[in-house]
Design a protein around this ligand. Structure first.
Ligand code: NAD
Length: 357
């Protein structure tokens, strides 16, 4: 039996409504928030679904702001805040992925409007108090309890339209939250339970989603796993994997979810010997012999991109990426060395299966 080490657990307060068709609960959930003028946020691609939301809200809608884009550019945040003030919104409804939830958080951080989030990807931002705004190519992030969505409606039906490649990579983004929670410096028995269960649900559901994207039972499993990933991300600190992906996304403009998918097996291989209990749980949740190889094989079986090269990184950028990733010290179960990270990046660049020379 492993010794039970002392721990701190801090739950974040949010109300979660989960299930196929739960979008119908939106009007009553807006009333429960005590709100009467909801500004609906979405990306330009998700105008159609936000129009349905406006109809459902009726007189409680204060209109739509459909300018959400990846990484919350400061100019977009400013325009959205201006709109919220002009229409005298008293809450934001964010329907979409992490980019849309991120825009709602950027409004909340200054305007203090409560957020009702309706996630349509697996990014998990709706369960965290972490906000980010990008200005002059630099993403500034912060933690603030006021940006944590007060209510989250998880309706798997809304995820049925998410294309399979994005479903797979977004699902791996959620797996990554769970993996790093298992070996987090703040790991505790509750988040580890949620993280392991999240990986199990995602690994079971994703192959079914890839076969039949309209399978709502499979979509429910994956969305449930994504919720647990989001809770894990919000509850405990992350490590090398999130740092590397943040660097690659921010500096080289690599796509968010795809980068998570390519990098994760290599970070897990890097950390394996330093976090044996996390690896045991991860392998168990994947139903695999080895955690790193199990993740790689799952990604490949689902048709995910294998290498950073495929995502557009150039060989001559690897040195700079390694330098940036070791610039500021941060927690990781295995010490982060320039040489170790450079070799990890080479493997990810080439898309090598972990454990193979
Ligand atoms: P995204 O929100 O940018 O969405 C990707 C694309 O998919 C968009 O074009 C969107 O319109 C479309 N889309 C979303 N749902 C769809 C659906 N159901 N059907 C069809 N199309 C759909 O991507 P994402 O991966 O969800 O979010 C990435 C962003 O979220 C990054 O900026 C990342 O930094 C941020 N993020 C933040 C946190 C946090 O805690 N603050 C956590 C995770 C991710």
């Amino acid at each position: 039996m492993l010794p039970l080490l002392p721990f701190v657990y801090e739950g974040l307060p949010s109300r979660v409504i989960f299930g196929a068709g739960s979008l119908q609960k939106l009007p009553e959930e807006i009333s429960k928030l005590g709100a009467a003028r909801a500004l609906v946020l979405c990306t330009p691609e998700q105008r159609a679904v936000s129009a349905e939301v406006v109809v459902m809200l009726g007189a409680r809608s204060a209109g739509v702001f459909d300018g959400a884009v990846m990484h919350v550019p400061a100019a977009v945040a400013a325009a959205a805040r201006e709109r919220a003030k002009r229409v005298r919104a008293d809450c934001c409804v964010a329907i979409g992925g992490g980019s849309t939830t991120g825009l709602a958080k950027a409004i909340a951080v200054t305007e203090k409007l409560p957020i009702l989030a309706i996630p349509t990807t697996y990014a998990g931002s709706e369960m965290t108090p972490i906000w980010g705004i990008t200005e002059n190519g630099v993403k500034k992030t912060g933690r603030n309890a006021t940006v944590l969505p007060r209510t989250v409606i998880y309706d798997p039906v809304l995820t049925a339209s998410l294309p399979v490649p994005l479903s797979v990579t977004s699902g791996f983004n959620a797996i990554a939250h769970c993996v790093e929670a298992l070996y987090s410096r703040d790991a505790n028995p509750i988040t580890s339970l949620m993280a392991e269960e999240g990986i199990r649900a995602l690994a079971a559901g994703l192959p079914e989603v890839a076969k039949d994207p309209g399978n709502i039972d499979a979509r429910s499993q994956v969305l449930y796993g994504a919720w647990l990933g989001g809770v894990s991300l919000g509850a405990v600190g992350m490590a090398l994997h999130h740092k590397l992906c943040h660097t690659l996304g921010g500096t080289f403009n690599l796509p968010h979810a795809e980068t998570h998918t390519v990098v994760l097996p290599h970070v897990v291989a890097y950390n394996a010997a330093a976090a044996p209990e996390a690896m045991r749980r991860l392998a168990r949740a994947l139903g695999a012999q080895s955690a790193a190889e199990g993740l790689y094989d799952l990604a490949m079986s689902l048709g995910a991109p294998a290498s950073l090269q495929l995502l557009g990184l150039r060989r001559e950028q690897l040195d700079q990426a390694a330098d940036l990733a070791v610039e500021n010290p941060y927690y990781n179960p295995r010490p982060v060395t320039r040489e170790g990270i450079r070799s990890l990046l080479q493997d990810a660049f080439e898309g090598r299966r972990p454990g193979q020379e």
